[in-house]
Design a protein around this ligand. Structure first.
Ligand code: MOS
Length: 746
């Protein structure tokens, strides 16, 4: 009955492939109306007039809401702002415009087409003021953020005695020049999340109670944000989201359209459905900020790192700080006595950026792992041998022992699977036919997170177990893991267990972000199932017709949903005992807390990524025929969904390396490629063979199941792996993503 860890098929797979899984935009309610947002067309200024006369006369139009008529909200609409995920929203409380594609009006009509047609007839006049859209020009005014989630913005250890740029060390001594030194700037562009399912919400009121069918990574966060924003008691708001069509961080926060839909629904007295168009996904629902990362890394002739300086600049909006923690992994990844990291924010008249797919570590590993590849070239050392030379026995920043770090095993297993030993170190030295072949390496890493979570397990009169948790499934396998954990803990077959989630009436769980759902939710499910098992055994022991009657509890077994004694073969379905004892359901709650593991251990995941590129020497077309990734992530709870998630992360990484790029127009502040035709992501034809696996591991400190989260580590390291392979193939070092072929012409 080892269900935990097994390659169990997705329990929701059939619903998904037959189109029966209801997503938020699929919700249809009686008398439902449709909302369409009007977005600003300037980046900075004030709205001077809104002409909605024509729109209001159009067929089916029920409401045009703007700052001229929107209800006044507590604290000017800012009552729900609780960093890091509570956002400064555009809720029509003022006439100011702070970025292009800021919501300025909402049209509600009987049908979507009517609302869309009317929205196009709304005339908005502006008094434009000059917008800051130039990162380089604003960079000198960069400011330090307070913190990056729970991490400090700046750190320093040792003495950062860098001769040329940092000046003399604090002691005034000039250190001897390093054997190898790389000082370069690495740049990553703005990227938009682009889940296949756009943001969507359906708001419906019953009296003073609001229900939101919202596409979200965080139902209880949405409930709390909306309740605070509208000045309501949280228990008057219910958020329902059984399926999410991808989140990647943009659905971790509740954005302006959600409270606006609720306000509009109250105004028209009918349900309102509000679904963002693809172009609106590039406007006010977050993006990954662009980064400029200045690195200086030095090593002695043996390859021992001497110093690392990582200064990351990223952009934020005029209204709020969001920091991409790109230098955070540099504090812990390698053994190095002198490390200085800094984050600075550059304000632009753009939307507030947000968490996106391994925030910080994704952009940060591109810069760090590219710089270290450059260092290995200077040292004439194999890039993996150089990293092995600097493998830390404990966390070099906190000095705490690792909970588990099997990165050496990842290097070994990955190198073997890839055939790394056959690599010739010289750039342009490997070919396949006329194509240049490049082999690149980079390390992956992401922290292990966990938060308190709750769950309930119920035995129903029909013998089904239902396990419920107020978590979300972003498409990654949460339903399946919940069913696996509950079934194994209870001694029930998988098909007699049903997982339910995505309803804020279920016991509360954290945001499905920061790669923490499995490590947070599964221990709560296990606790609930285990408490239910105790109750079921007590029921059987107290039931004179049960085979377990009056037996000591530890003699009683539940197998395949049947109860009996260890020593005897007679078994009886649990439901039979239930039927004889009132016939109602029995339930048990489970609560799981992270404890103080982070006080005595350093909890991170790691990986080793090997990339092959093939490049046409004349046209410079880049292909990625194969990637090998090996990961140290604790125990994998489901071989199948787990590998899929890592594999998907690698695909993201290839897109980041070669394609993804939100192009900001420096005059209008508008993203000009706000569609999937011009914002490129990999298609099936762009992806070659991806071989991902985990090394055997059990992390006893993160949670009782031994599993760290795997939601985000898959993307980390990949872009650097591609960039390093491109260098190896061509001798051209590209330090600015995406690596488009024009950047290879020298
Ligand atoms: Mo993730 S970017 O924390 O959804």
């Amino acid at each position: 009955m080892a269900l935990i860890g097994a390659a169990v098929d997705r329990v929701d797979g059939r619903l998904k492939v037959t189109g029966q899984a209801p997503y938020s935009a699929d919700v249809v309610l009686p008398r439902m109306t449709h909302g369409v947002l009007v977005l600003s067309t300037i980046a900075s200024g004030r709205i001077t007039a809104i002409d909605s006369a024509e729109a209001e006369r159009m067929p089916g139009v029920l409401l045009v809401m703007s700052h001229l008529n929107a209800p006044q909200l507590p604290d000017g609409g800012r009552a729900g702002v609780h960093p890091p995920a509570g956002r400064v929203l555009a809720l029509f409380q003022e006439d100011a415009v702070h970025y292009n594609r800021q919501p300025v009006a909402l049209v509600v009509a009987e049908t979507l087409d009517q609302a869309g047609a009317a929205a196009r007839k709304i005339g908005v006049s502006y008094a434009e003021s000059s917008a800051q859209l130039n990162f380089a020009a604003a960079k000198p005014d960069a400011h330090a953020p307070d913190k990056i989630n729970s991490d400090p913005s700046d750190t320093a250890r040792g003495s950062f005695a860098e001769p040329s740029s940092a000046g003399p060390s604090s002691t005034g001594e000039q250190p001897p020049p390093a054997a190898a030194r790389v000082a370069e700037t690495y740049r990553t562009p703005i990227e938009h999340h682009n889940p296949m399912e756009p943001h969507a919400t359906v708001a419906v009121w019953q009296g003073d109670e609001l229900t939101l069918y919202d596409a979200t990574q965080y139902i209880s966060g949405c409930r709390s944000t909306v309740a605070k924003t509208l000045g309501m008691a949280p228990d008057k708001v219910r958020v329902v989201c059984p399926y999410v069509g991808g989140g990647f961080g943009c659905k971790g926060s509740t954005w302006s359209h959600v409270p606006l839909a609720a306000l509009a629904a109250r105004q028209v007295g009918r349900p309102v459905k509000l679904v963002l168009g693809r172009d609106q996904m590039f406007g006010f629902v977050g993006c990954r900020p662009l980064t400029e990362q200045e690195l200086i890394v030095t090593a002695d002739s043996s390859g021992q790192f001497e110093s690392m300086q990582h200064h990351s600049f990223s952009h934020t909006s005029m209204i709020e700080d969001f920091t991409e923690g790109a230098a955070v992994q540099t504090r812990i990844l390698y053994s190095c006595p002198n490390v200085e990291t800094q984050h600075r924010l550059v304000k632009l008249n753009v939307e507030t950026p947000t968490f996106q797919r391994a925030p910080g570590h994704c952009t940060g590993t591109f810069a760090l792992e590219s710089a270290l590849d450059e260092l290995s070239v200077e040292l004439h050392m194999d890039p993996i041998a150089m990293r092995l030379r600097n493998e830390p026995a404990a966390d070099p920043q906190s000095k705490l022992p690792w909970s588990s770090r099997s990165l050496r095993a990842c290097y070994d297993s990955g190198a073997k699977a890839f055939g790394w030993a056959a690599r010739k170190s010289e750039p342009r030295s490997m070919r396949a036919g006329r194509e240049l072949v490049g082999w690149g390496y980079a390390t992956a890493t992401y922290p292990a997170n966990r938060s308190p979570a709750n769950a309930v397990a119920r035995l129903k009169p029909d013998g089904m177990v239902v396990v419920q948790c107020g978590t979300q499934d972003l498409g990654t396998g949460t339903y399946t893991l919940m069913a696996q954990v509950a079934a194994q803990t209870l001694g029930f077959p998988l098909e007699r267990v049903r997982a339910e989630l995505g309803d804020s009436r279920f016991p509360e769980a954290p945001v499905s972000g920061g790669s923490q759902s499995a490590a947070s939710v599964m221990p709560a499910v296990q606790a609930a199932a285990s408490a239910l098992r105790d109750k079921l055994i007590a029921l059987a022991v107290g039931d004179e017709f049960s085979p377990a009657y009056k037996a000591p509890a530890d003699d009683v077994v539940i197998e395949a949903g049947r109860v009996g004694l260890r020593s005897q073969t007679r078994r009886e379905p649990i439901a039979a005992a239930l039927a004889r004892n009132g016939g109602g359901e029995i339930f048990a709650m489970g609560n799981a807390q992270p404890g103080d593991a982070k006080k005595h251990h350093s909890l991170h995941s790691f990986g080793a990524v090997f990339v092959e590129v093939r490049i046409d020497p004349d046209l410079h077309v880049i292909r990625v025929p194969r990637v090998v990734g090996r990961y140290s992530v604790g125990r994998l709870l489901n071989e199948k969904t787990g590998r899929s998630q890592l594999l998907g992360g690698v695909v993201w990484g290839i897109g980041m390396a070669l394609m993804e790029d939100s192009v900001l127009d420096g005059r209008s502040g508008r993203i000009v490629n706000a569609n999937l035709a011009e914002y490129h992501v990999p298609t099936n034809a762009d992806i070659g063979h991806i071989d991902v696996d985990v090394v055997p591991e059990f992390d006893p400190y993160i949670d009782p199941l031994g599993a760290r989260g795997i939601g985000e580590i898959g993307i980390t390291g990949v872009a650097a792996g591609v960039a390093n392979a491109v260098y190896h193939a061509t001798g051209v070092r590209v330090r600015q993503l995406p690596i488009t072929l024009d950047k290879l012409f020298t």
